[in-house]
Design a protein around this ligand. Structure first.
Ligand code: HEM
Length: 507
């Protein structure tokens, strides 16, 4: 099935706009309608002039982070735009970001509805899209005190070690057989396995795995679902153009993807409840890093996330978390936590290949601290400053959400001398912030040394010039896991292999 791009929807929308433009102009008297009069009283930030009906939608382009960055160079770090009738504030500097998500953290902790929410007409149960309120707070609390504690993450350490060893082994085996190794696929499967083992105690990809087809289907469905989250649906912003998604069958497509993902998650949940989802022992027995017997495997198996979620109460304490909420959380973790993490490792490797002096330096550090006789462990990470610098520099140049997930104001507010009515959408241009020459010398260059000189700058959300996980109440709850995955991914790969460009390729 073809995925509809927002451009094609926009094109269809424009056709109808042309025919209706005249009518609307007469009806609302140009900019003098109620919206217009209200806007005149508000002190709004500068920004490009919106067109009637579509607002600034045409200025987003196919790389909105770049288009918005270019606009910010003209209009400043706090910029006002419109998507249809929806107000947006686009923030492109670290100082302004601090004001919005630290000083006014709570005011901007809302989320707009996800794309196409109107098509589904269901309560939103995902953490990612849940409105700011009791339900979202309850799920975040479960994340903080149950799922992402250091103790819990530590309990999954042997499992992560196994998965990393399996990846290294698979790359080695393929290369020994003269096969072309698709590193991106290997890292992506590793990330998926890592996550599904933590979530469901289920491993999808790898040698002798029976469920490859199921795995590809699940992963493909999730990828489709993720791509839908980034689509701009014209009817969400121009309500009288909702019919476009009906005539183009786009709403049917969205419903089908959502239903397929839901069916699959329901299957996993049922299997889990009936004790039918279980790791096979083949991995354990193949792995040289963990002493293995069938008996100690079951004994050592930590509770997975679904085990924990099944024990959680509802937010009002009257029962257990509904299946629909548990499925939404599983989906959040897979969609938000797998490709994001593996993409950063892939970018890190590609930057190191293009900068052989940095690759050499990292390998010398690994050889000096770990040596050739043992593998890198998570306990080694604090002793690897150059690795940490490479990781931060990769997060800086390659943020996985170049424009942060949208936030929304939950009340009227004033900031920097500007007025923002309730329900204004906030977009942080992380890409622009992390390349701002005010903070970064030669910002386009991959240069881990900048973090050797300033080791105190980190990604945890208190240095606003580096916020790949966002900051404030809505900050990524999976950050500790994401960072660990990238650190270990780069360390294990760089400790095990020498990467270089083929003689015919250029950096
Ligand atoms: C390198 C890896 C990752 C990156 C770069 C990343 C980045 C982000 C960013 C930028 C946000 C939006 C923050 C905001 O709205 O201000 C976010 C939200 C979120 N992330 Fe991550 N993330 C990563 C890994 C993970 C992992 C491993 C998980 C879970 C297992 C996860 C789960 C979530 C969830 C549930 C949210 C929504 C939070 C909310 O709305 O309250 N992420 N992530």
């Amino acid at each position: 099935m073809q995925l509809w791009s927002w451009e094609s929807l926009l094109l269809l929308g424009l056709v109808s706009i042309v025919t209706l433009l005249l009518f609307v102009k007469v009806l609302f008297g140009g900019a003098g309608g109620l919206q217009g009069r209200k806007a005149m009283k508000l002190r709004l930030p500068p920004g490009p002039r919106p067109l009637p009906i579509i607002g600034n939608m045409h200025q987003f382009g196919d790389k909105p982070h770049i288009s918005l960055w270019n606009l910010a160079k003209m209009y400043g770090p706090i910029m006002h735009l419109k998507l249809g009738s929806q107000r947006l504030v686009v923030v492109s500097s670290a100082d302004a970001a601090r004001e919005f998500v630290k000083v006014q953290d709570k005011v901007w902790a809302g989320r707009p509805l996800p794309p196409g929410a109107d098509i589904f007409k269901e309560n939103i149960e995902n953490i990612v899209w849940a409105p700011y309120g009791n339900y979202w707070r309850h799920l975040r609390k479960i994340c903080t005190i149950e799922l992402f504690t250091s103790k819990r993450l530590e309990s999954f350490r042997p499992l992560r070690t196994q998965e990393f060893s399996q990846m290294v082994r698979a790359i080695w085996d393929d290369s020994q057989q003269g096969k072309v190794v698709d590193l991106a696929v290997k890292i992506s499967h590793l990330s998926f396995n890592n996550m599904t083992r933590m979530l469901l105690n289920k491993r999808f990809f790898g040698v002798n795995m029976s469920g490859q087809e199921e795995a590809f289907r699940f992963k493909e469905l999730n990828t489709r679902f993720l791509s839908l989250a980034g689509v701009i649906i014209i009817g969400d912003y121009v309500p009288w153009l909702k019919w476009i998604t009906v005539v183009t069958d786009f709403n049917k497509y969205m419903k089908k993807v959502k239903a397929d993902v839901d069916d699959m998650l329901q299957e996993f949940l049922e299997a889990k409840k009936n004790g039918k989802l279980c790791m096979n022992n083949e991995l354990q027995n193949n792995d040289s890093t963990t002493p293995a017997t069938a008996a100690n495997k079951n004994q050592n198996q930590p509770d997975d996330f679904v085990d924990i979620l099944l024990r959680q109460p509802t937010e009002d304490g009257t029962g257990h978390l509904a299946d629909s909420s548990i499925k939404a959380v599983i989906q959040d973790m897979i969609v938000a936590g797998t490709d994001t993490s593996s993409n950063v490792v892939e970018w890190g490797i590609s930057e190191l290949i293009r900068h052989p002096e940095a690759e050499k330096k990292l390998q010398e550090e690994l050889d000096r601290v770990i040596g050739k006789e043992r593998i890198v462990t998570e306990a080694d990470i604090p002793n690897l400053p150059y690795l940490n610098a490479v990781v931060k520099e990769t997060f800086r140049l390659h943020p996985q959400t170049p424009i942060n997930l949208p936030h929304k104001s939950i009340e009227d507010t004033t900031l920097g001398g500007f007025d923002f009515p309730v329900n204004t959408i906030l977009l942080l241009n992380i890409y622009a912030i992390q390349r701002d020459p005010k903070w970064w010398e030669r910002p386009e260059e991959f240069d881990p040394e900048r973090f050797i000189k300033n080791p105190e700058i980190n990604v945890t959300g208190s240095h606003f010039q580096l916020i790949p996980f966002g900051s404030g109440r809505r900050q990524c709850p999976g950050m500790p896991l994401g960072v660990l995955f990238v650190q270990m991914g780069l360390a294990r790969l760089m400790h095990s292999f020498q990467f270089s460009l083929p003689a015919t390729a250029s950096a």
